[in-house]
Design a protein around this ligand. Structure first.
Ligand code: IFG
Length: 482
């Protein structure tokens, strides 16, 4: 296990020199988790073309995935917790041991990266890995409002982020340009609010069955979906769909541009809160995860007084639905509610007063500094798509920082890399902005700070280019990496 190219880098690697395990055509898999066993078998069969039957336990199993309640006896590593795992490889077998199925899934991701990307011999270097994540919330966001992307594209994005041990998919489901989740009580949200996007294309909208498919696909890869209904700003699509939501009772036209800050719900009208309660009730019922994201960013057409009063009325609705509030960090000055999470998207050296207000109220933070992890930022001036208002973000810029040193006194729940899609209309464009920076953010969120070093990381990351190509994933050939 010397010179392995695993990303994220595991917490503890103990090579056994001169030892390795080679899968042969008669190898079998045994697994205490049917789902993770099937996932591993599917990936290995595709690569090796071996049958790799899954059998119930027993010594003959070359590859064993074991659920072992006691993860404490991993030697001096200590307890590797609910997402950690131990991977042991010797000449006869490969064993992954974890307390939960998520831990087994993460051990499998490491195992798959220890194998050659293609062509045999299918040899895994011998040794022991004990690994566990630094942060609990390791996420990426896909904006399906500016440009709509269907279920298959979202599932492909889930495949990509879960290969790098990310466990949260934040879906930005509503904005000025489009509404993307059907709400039974307000049907025009889908039929009218969903019928537009940046540039004037047809847009689209997830049915509730579509959204349930995404949730199930994510859950099978131990990814939690965090749905965002942005409010009170970024609401033109809803206002366009329902005249009664507008203060003057007149619906604005559909918006297909890329400006922000011009829209607001009518915070003084009771119908607004009926609308919000209905929407959040239906979204919460479809969402097994603990979080509802209510946006809160760029409410430039809502007075501060109205904004704070609005949040005072809306935040309790989330709690009544049994969910925890997440909001962009502008919600910081609003009276906090239990468990609230503020998502920081500032940029530059000095954290602003809104996020400091969130910290002062005891909010936990998810860090998305725009000048570090906004995947819609250009890499360089030459990047054909993307924006640059927060600066140019190379793979090194995305990687080379310490989340514990960004906001003084913050309780950091985790990291999230948002992909806004004003300039992103195709899968190829998603890939170009996502790779190779997303694996950089994934390592930042998973690996110990003292195990991370740019030159070591970029050497490991370079080995992933051929893997992405085999998987049909495009990427920016960052000259600092490849
Ligand atoms: N800021 C807006 C996004 C998007 C982004 C593009 C946040 C929280 C700029 N709000 O980021 O809607 O327009 O980089």
């Amino acid at each position: 296990m010397n010179d392995i190219t695993v990303v994220p880098v595991p917490a503890r690697v103990e090579p056994a020199s001169g030892v390795s395990f080679t899968f042969s055509a008669d190898a079998v898999i045994s697994s205490d988790s049917a789902g993770v066993g099937a996932y591993l078998a599917s990936a290995l069969r595709a690569a090796t073309e071996f049958a790799l039957p899954i059998v119930e336990g027993g010594p003959q199993s070359a590859i064993s995935l074991r659920l072992d309640g006691d993860s404490g006896d991993s030697g001096d590593f200590g307890d590797f917790g609910d997402e950690g795992y131990e991977l042991v490889v010797d000449a006869e077998r490969v064993v992954v041991r974890a307390r939960t199925e998520a831990g087994l899934f993460y051990g499998v991701q490491t195992l798959l990266q220890l194998l050659p990307a293609a062509n045999g011999p299918w040899t895994v270097p011998g040794g022991r890995i004990v690994d566990a994540p630094r942060f609990a919330y390791r996420g990426a966001m896909l904006d399906v409002s500016r440009h709509f992307f269907g279920v298959e594209v979202v599932e492909r994005f889930i495949d990509a982020i879960s290969r790098y041990k990310m466990n949260v998919l934040h879906l930005h489901l509503s904005d000025d340009q489009g509404w993307r989740i059907a709400i039974e009580k307000w049907p025009e949200l889908a039929t009218v609010g969903g019928a537009s996007q940046v540039g004037g294309g047809a847009g689209g909208c997830f049915s509730q069955a579509d959204y349930a498919r995404i949730v199930d696909y994510a859950a099978a890869r131990f990814v939690t979906v965090v749905p965002e209904i942005d409010m009170p700003g970024h609401t033109n699509a809803a206002l366009h769909a329902y005249p009664e939501l507008n203060a003057d009772g007149v619906a604005p036209a559909a918006y297909t541009g890329v400006d922000v800050g011009f829209s607001t719900l009518a915070v003084g009208r009771d119908v607004t809160y009926d609308f919000i309660r209905d929407v959040l009730t239906e979204v919460a019922a479809l969402t097994p995860g603990p979080y509802l994201h209510i946006g809160g960013d760029e409410a430039q057409s809502t007075s501060t007084e109205d904004y704070l009063a609005f949040l005072d009325r809306v935040q309790p609705i989330v709690g009544e639905l049994g969910k925890t509030v997440v909001g962009w960090h502008q919600i910081g000055p609003a009276r906090t509610v239990s468990g609230r999470v503020a998502q920081y998207w500032g940029h530059g050296p000095a954290p602003d007063e809104d996020v400091l207000a969130a910290v002062a109220q005891g909010d936990r933070l998810v860090l998305s500094p725009a000048d570090r992890v906004y995947l819609d930022m250009k890499y360089t001036r030459e990047t054909p798509i993307g924006l640059d208002w927060a600066g140019l973000v190379t793979t090194r810029t995305a990687y080379d920082w310490d989340p514990d040193r960004l906001i003084p006194g913050a309780m950091v729940l985790g990291i999230e890399a948002p992909l806004w899609t004003e300039t992103v209309a195709t899968v190829a464009e998603i890939d170009l902005l996502t790779f190779p920076r997303l694996p950089a953010v994934a390592e930042l969120a998973w690996s110990p700070q003292d195990a991370r070093e740019w030159n070591d990381f970029r050497a490991r990351l370079a080995a992933h280019g051929p893997r992405w190509t085999l998987l049909g994933i495009g990427f920016h050939p960052d000259p600092e990496v490849f």
